[in-house]
Design a binder for this molecule. Structure first.
Ligand code: ATP
Ligand code: MN
Length: 142
């Protein structure tokens, strides 16, 4: 039924659960694991508000983060699986990869590293579910 599956990961437990589910439920499918490096903004503690202030990291720091994420992605990928990395907005990256790779299913976590635990769905998953041309299977980390 499903032959090519995209599993987007932000390396969170929920994304790990999605990868595990995709492997076990669709052992005959080709898996593409995708990480989108989100360079738009990082949250740094803002002492004046007690919250997080958005900061764009400098290019050399972005490159170092990219290297580390590439390494994590490689460590996650099993033989016979494909791994890709994009830079930019996670939602747009996931939808573009889904189109370019011609996947027929996306399997992803309900939550990620941003993790406002009370929200039903993280914002990346919510938008992908709404805009994806192919079915999206979501899994919540137990
Ligand atoms: P928010 O980002 O809105 O604070 P969140 O981090 O809890 O919420 P999402 O970002 O929607 O939740 O993450 C849900 C799933 O989306 C993850 O389990 C993962 O499958 C996918 N995902 C999120 N960010 C990325 C990313 N940068 N690259 C690839 N996949 C991602
Ligand atoms: Mn997130």
């Amino acid at each position: 039924m499903f032959q090519k599956i995209l599993v987007p990961t932000d390396f969170s437990p929920s994304a790990d659960a999605a990868l595990d589910l995709a492997r076990r439920a669709f052992p005959q499918a080709r898996l593409s694991i995708l990480h989108v490096q989100d360079v738009r903004a990082m949250g740094v503690p803002d002492l004046s508000t007690g919250g997080l202030a958005p900061v764009i990291p400098p290019v050399d720091v972005q490159q170092e983060i990219g290297q580390a994420e590439r390494e994590r992605l490689r460590a996650l990928t099993l033989e016979g699986e494909e791994a890709d990395m994009l830079v930019g907005d996670p939602v747009q990256g996931i939808l573009k990869a889904a189109r370019d790779l011609g996947v027929d299913l996306i399997v992803m976590g309900t939550h990620g590293r941003g993790g406002l635990a009370h929200l039903f769905l993280g914002s990346v998953t919510e938008t992908v579910v709404r805009e994806s041309p192919v079915p999206v299977l979501t899994i919540r980390h137990a």
